[in-house]
Write a protein that binds this ligand. Structure first.
Ligand SMILES: [Zn+2]
Ligand SMILES: [Zn+2]
Length: 138
């Protein structure tokens, strides 16, 4: 089963530090449900937009989560609205929370990001500036 949700549908528009601007793809590939046991395995993927902590430019990266919802999570989801159909639990709040938890606090656009010049603030990824940085390490 595949579903696609917009960031708006999932209430992901106003999350600090990360922009959800692409559709969120949810693929449920395993459901096991009996009275004693409950398990859903799913894969969530999207692209997120982040601001580089060094050069402050925004960039995008993939986000892929493999999630499992089982009895324990189900208890935790008690507060969440369940569908009239008891087989259909509303798992969106759970997915939403996992997406937020998994968003990095600190992000760098690339391994060789050169950051900003400490003097003039120019983004050094676009070329050098004319500042003379005194190397005063002693
Ligand atoms: Zn950067
Ligand atoms: Zn400079």
């Amino acid at each position: 089963m595949r579903f696609t949700f917009s960031p708006k549908e999932m209430d992901l528009l106003d999350i600090r530090g990360v922009n959800f601007i692409h559709p969120i793809n949810v693929r449920i590939y395993h459901i096991k449900k009996s009275i004693a046991n409950f398990e859903i395995l799913l894969n969530v993927s999207t692209r997120i937009q982040l601001d580089c902590s060094d050069c402050l430019e925004s960039f995008e990266q993939d986000m892929v989560l493999d999630l499992k919802i089982d009895d324990e999570e189900l208890e935790f989801m008690d507060d969440y609205e369940c569908n009239e159909n008891p087989n259909l639990i509303n798992i969106l709040p759970f997915i939403r929370e996992e997406l937020i938890i998994s968003s990095p606090d600190y992000a760098i656009c690339s391994d060789d990001c050169k950051g900003l010049c400490p003097k003039c603030g120019k983004n050094l990824n676009y070329g050098r500036c004319d500042c003379v940085i005194e190397e005063n390490f002693e």
